[in-house]
Design a protein around this ligand. Structure first.
Ligand code: PHE
Length: 337
């Protein structure tokens, strides 16, 4: 409703402007309103211009009233503009195309180490090994002593160790980040009687200078089987079968003698990589002293153990040239898996 015919054009304009402002429901409508009432050629400017034609005594009162109205309308306009921006009314109705198909959120994936470990664990699980997890922070006793590596044994120097508390006055010795998953051997054997058939995956840590094939943190999967009558043939059969499942039947495998204080005899296993041998695991028959350390009778039971490095396996399987890629958190590497 507009009321133009009035004795008091300023009051009439106020009524008209306020009504139309409350009806303006879009950014476009608000802008048209501003031009119509407050613009340079707008209605209020028209009134101000006409003041000159009034008698001087009327002019002062009308001028003051017109300026007051200007202030009121500007304030009302700003308020409405702010409110409409806040409610989103300033977006055109078609700013969002509701018919567009949804976009798939970018999903993360399993880390390559996790993927290869799951594949390796599957292979061992199918051969009758049960998966158990151990602790990354370990007691010196399990990481070394129980594995036939006493404090003064030179074999300790083979593993550079990250100590949490080295000089603890305790029968369990110090506390460290485990250097291998082998402490799971005595831990499991202490908990149960034979037969034992377990694999235990997890992180290991060594205070080590890094290069293309060495990281200071890496994973291992420990394997342990203890029973009556287990022989070296069982060890070889199990590890050959593992290699066949992971690398295929045609990939060449090599066993060599190796030394680890907690096995006797000890071996390592390498996989052919274009005419080069790359070692992926250490293994051997569980040392009688390790068996008696946990209260097993070494005259009655024998067993074999192995420790295999999943990152090494992945290097060979996928042709990755540097082991440091695994923990450098570079998506260009990680997203390839
Ligand atoms: N724990 C040994 C290492 O880290 C590997 C190993 C495990 C060797 C079990 C023999 C038996 O080098």
């Amino acid at each position: 409703m507009t009321s133009t015919a009035s004795e008091d054009p300023i009051s009439a304009l106020r009524t008209e402007a306020v009504e139309q402002l409350s009806a303006a429901d879009s950014a476009d409508a608000l802008e048209s309103w501003r031009v119509e009432f407050l613009g340079r050629k707008g209605k209020l400017t028209g009134i101000l211009r006409n003041l000159g034609s009034l008698k001087p005594d009327q002019r002062r009162a009308a001028g003051a009233a017109a300026n007051r109205l200007k202030g009121e309308l500007e304030a009302a306009f700003e308020e409405k503009l702010t409110a409409s921006k806040r409610s989103g009314a300033s977006q055109p109705a078609d700013a969002i195309d509701v018919t567009l198909p949804g976009r798939r959120p970018r999903a993360g994936g399993l880390h390559p180490s996790t993927q290869i470990m799951r594949e390796m664990l599957d292979a061992f699980n199918e051969m009758g090994f049960q998966t158990v997890e151990g602790n990354e922070v370990e007691l010196e006793r399990y990481n070394f002593d129980m594995l036939n590596i006493p404090a003064d044994h030179p074999a300790r120097d083979m593993q550079d160790t990250i100590w949490i508390d080295r000089d603890r006055d305790s029968a369990d010795g110090g506390i460290l980040l485990r250097t291998q998953t082998s402490p799971m051997q005595p831990r499991i054997m202490e908990q149960q009687d034979p037969p034992v058939r377990i694999v235990s995956p997890g992180k290991c840590f060594r205070f080590e200078a890094t290069d293309a094939t060495h990281e200071w943190q890496f994973h291992q999967i420990e394997g342990l089987a203890v029973d009556e009558g287990l022989s070296f043939a069982d060890l070889k059969g199990t590890l050959y079968e593992f290699a066949r499942r992971i690398f295929g039947a045609d990939r060449k495998v090599r066993f060599r003698c190796d030394f680890f204080p907690f096995v006797e005899p000890g071996v390592d296993m390498s996989i052919d990589w274009d005419g080069r041998w790359v070692e992926i695991l250490g293994a051997g028959m569980v040392h009688p002293r390790v068996l008696s350390n946990v209260g097993y009778d070494p005259e009655k039971y024998t067993g074999f153990a192995f420790g295999v490095g999943p990152e090494r396996v992945a290097l060979l399987k996928y042709g990755i040239e540097d082991i440091r890629h695994f923990f450098s958190n570079d998506l260009r590497f990680l997203s390839q898996f």
